[in-house]
Each structure stands twice: as structure tokens, then as C-alpha cells.
Design a protein around this ligand. Structure first.
Ligand code: NAD
Ligand code: WQD
Length: 338
């Protein structure tokens, strides 16, 4: 299939371009480079031995999106483009609502005008309400989001459900990612957050490489086995393969469907640090710090539905995630600027 990949130069998008190409699809990327480098796509092309067509532009530019769809005979869209920092969204809610909602609606307009009927959307476990029982199944309660970023995902899900309901031929897959980490095993592509990382894994690897002094563990008095927060970390290559599975699913289903992409297993902060130290042979200095506002004690997915209906399962281990993150980090301490 010819697949329009919005936000394809970003962390998850670039890994997905590799997996799409390796599965015989042709990704065509549009990205405004607001949080990425075009080098990610040059490296992705190096991995799969095939050029990836790239358009620098904004998804909100409906005319440009329509032009790309027509020129490349697009069959399906994977919509990664969006702003994703929880803390930034609290400080600057309006750019988050504008960018994430308007880009989704512009894409729906362009699809309507050009007759494209299939779309996969990057949603997040953050749409689940805080009072659910673990593991989170796709039918668990959503809403009551704790930050504007989470609300944008919740609202985009609703927009896309309505978009699917408005025409019987449309097919929408909403993928709720848990905690994507790791990098391509080649060490050529990976995640390079701007400034001080908010997320655990990049903070660990930047501490290990000496860019940060010490990891602050946000809370060690949670009701978990070692007192630190538990999350469902998923290797970005497994996550990317989940998108290839979603494309297959779209080919034989209409309407809107939702799937968790996680491993179904929880790992604590201390377990992750220990796994990283062991897998990479490095030391990660840590100190205990107060809990971070808005954090849950435990969050992990039920993966039964994606195993059954998408025929997809995460295969990589926590050790793979640590080793591949470290391989990327030590070879590219300044990301794509190296
Ligand atoms: P990323 O920032 O690396 O990639 C997003 C890409 O979208 C960037 O390359 C950015 O330049 C581009 N972009 C943003 N707005 C755009 C616009 N209006 N037009 C064109 N391009 C635009 O983020 P990522 O980690 O690869 O995440 C991809 C998607 O998955 C996002 O929608 C994110 O919210 C979602 N998601 C990410 C995580 C995570 O932990 N990384 C978890 C759940 C969901
Ligand atoms: C994981 C654990 C922290 C940093 C976020 C978003 C979510 C999704 C994925 C997009 C928690 C602890 C972290 C640090 C720490 N993104 N931690 N020290 O919060 O589960 O999810 O990213 O959709 O929406 O909220 O991930 O990596 O920030 O934290 O102790 O320096 O690590 O308290 O227990 P989180 P995270």
C-alpha cells in the first residue's frame, strides 16, 4: 500500500517507515520538522535500502496534503503528527489544541476530498481515566484527562470516531500506545528529546552517557513492590510493527476500532534502572525525589484484544529496550546533530 505518514520524521514515525518498507509498503512522509530532523529519514532509508519520499510541510495545509495524496495514489494514512509533551501542554494549552485538533480535522478534510477511506491514529494510554483497575482493557473508562495533551488525544479519538460513522466505507484504527522506548537495533535512528528529558528512558540513557548528573526517582512510596512507579514499556520497533498489523486490519474492517499497544507487563523505575545497568554495563546515579504531580502508581495494558484481532504481540524484552536505547545514545549523544 502507499501510505501517507504524517509526522514520519519523528521518533515513532521514522521507525514505522522502516517497518512499513520492510513489509512491502511505500511510506510517503509529511512533517513540518517542528520536533524532528530530516536526517532521521535519511538514516531510515539507509536501514531499509530504499529512499523515503519526504515533504516538508504542515498537515494543516489541506491543499498540500491533497496534492501529496493524489500524486502518490495514497491508500491509507498513518497520523503521527502532533505535539506530545505533557508538561509543555500544561504551560501552553492552546498551541496543543490548535496543532493536534486542527491537523486531525485538516487530514479528514483532505481524505474526504480525495476519497481516502483508511486512517490509523496515534493515541495514548493517557486517555484512560485514573480510577480504572489494571490491566487497562480497551473498554476501560476514558476521559478525566489530567493535562491538555491527554485531552487532545481524547478529542481526536472522538473526531475520528464521528468521521468513521459518517460514511459506511471508512475505516479508522485508534492505537493507544503505552510507554514507547528503545531504538532501532542498528543504532541509526532513535529518540532525541529537546532539552531536559521528561520521560524515564531518555533520562536514564543521558545520565549513563554523562549528559545528566543523576536520575531523580519521582516517588518511592507508591503501593508497588519497590515503592516506585510501574509502567508498560514497549520497544519502538514492536510498536512500529503494530502499525503494519493495523494496516492489514484496516483492509478487512470498516468503522472505528481501538487497540492497546503495550506488552501487558509492568516494570518499576528501579527495575528499569537495574536492567539498564546490567544490559549496558554502566552505572546510573539515582536519588529519590518527591512524587511528580499527576503520576499514577501503576499503569499497564491488557493486550488480549490486539493479540486476538490485530494478530500482533510485542516480542522484545526490557533488556532489548535498554540495550538498543544505549546503543543509540552512545553513538549519537547529540541525536541527529552528530
Ligand atoms: P515526535 O515529536 O518525535 O513526532 C511527531 C512528529 O510530528 C514530529 O516529527 C513533528 O515535527 C511532527 N509534527 C507535529 N505537528 C505537525 C504538523 N502540524 N504538521 C506536520 N508535522 C507535524 O513524537 P513521537 O514520539 O514520534 O510521537 C508520535 C505520535 O505518537 C504523536 O502523535 C504522539 O502524541 C503519539 N504518542 C507518543 C507517545 C510517546 O511516548 N512517544 C506515547 C503515546 C502517543
Ligand atoms: C515513567 C515512570 C515516572 C522520569 C508519559 C506521558 C504519556 C505518554 C508516555 C504520550 C513514572 C518515573 C520519570 C524521571 C522518574 N506519552 N520517572 N524520573 O508519565 O508514564 O507517560 O509518556 O502519550 O502520555 O504522560 O512516562 O517516562 O515520564 O515516566 O522517576 O526523570 O518513570 O514518575 O513512574 P509516563 P515517563
Amino acid at each position: 500500500m502507499n501510505v501517507l505518514v504524517t509526522g514520519g520524521a519523528g521518533y515513532i514515525g521514522s521507525h514505522t517507515c522502516v517497518e512499513l518498507t520492510e513489509a512491502g509498503h511505500t511510506p510517503i512522509v509529511i512533517d513540518n520538522l517542528s520536533n524532528s530532523s530530516p536526517k532521521s529519514l535519511e538514516r531510515a532509508a539507509e536501514i531499509c535500502g530504499r529512499q523515503i519520499r519526504f515533504y516538508e510541510g504542515d498537515v494543516r495545509d489541506v491543499g498540500l496534503v491533497e496534492q501529496i495524496i493524489t500524486e502518490h495514489n495514497i491508500d491509507c494514512v498513518i497520523h503521527f503528527a502532533g505535539l506530545k509533551s505533557v508538561s509543555e501542554s500544561v504551560k501552553m494549552p492552546l498551541p496543543y489544541y490548535r496543532n493536534n485538533l486542527e491537523s486531525t480535522m485538516a487530514l479528514c478534510d483532505a481524505m474526504t476530498h480525495t476519497g481516502v477511506k483508511k486512517i490509523v491514529f496515534s493515541s495514548s494510554a493517557t486517555v484512560y481515566s485514573a480510577d480504572n483497575i489494571m490491566p487497562l482493557s480497551e473498554s476501560a473508562k476514558t476521559g478525566d484527562c489530567t493535562n491538555p495533551y491527554g485531552w487532545t488525544k481524547y478529542m481526536c479519538e472522538q473526531i475520528l470516531r464521528d468521521f468513521a460513522a459518517a460514511s459506511s466505507e471508512r475505516s479508522v484504527v485508534l492505537l493507544r500506545y503505552f510507554n514507547p522506548v528503545g531504538a532501532h537495533p542498528s543504532g541509526l535512528i532513535g529518540e532525541h528529546p529537546n532539552g531536559v528529558p521528561n520521560n524515564l528512558m531518555p533520562y536514564i540513557s543521558q545520565t549513563a552517557v554523562g549528559k545528566r548528573e543523576c536520575l531523580s526517582i519521582f516517588g518511592d512510596d507508591y503501593p508497588t513492590p519497590d515503592g516506585t512507579g510501574v509502567r508498560d514499556y514497549i520497544h519502538v520497533v514492536d510498536l512500529a510493527k503494530g502499525h503494519v498489523a493495523a494496516l492489514k486490519y484496516l483492509g478487512s474492517h470498516t468503522g472505528a476500532s481501538v487497540f492497546n499497544l503495550g506488552t501487558g507487563k509492568g516494570t518499576s523505575v528501579r527495575q528499569m534502572v537495574a536492567a539498564f545497568e546490567q544490559a549496558c554495563g554502566v552505572t546510573v546515579p539515582c536519588k529519590t525525589a518527591p512524587r511528580r504531580a499527576g503520576d499514577l502508581a501503576v499503569c499497564y495494558a491488557s493486550v488480549d484484544k490486539s493479540a486476538c484481532e490485530l494478530d500482533w504481540k510485542a516480542e522484545k524484552t526490557i533488556e532489548d529496550m535498554c540495550r538498543d536505547s544505549w546503543n543509540w545514545q552512545k553513538n549519537n549523544p547529540n541525536g541527529y546533530d552528530d
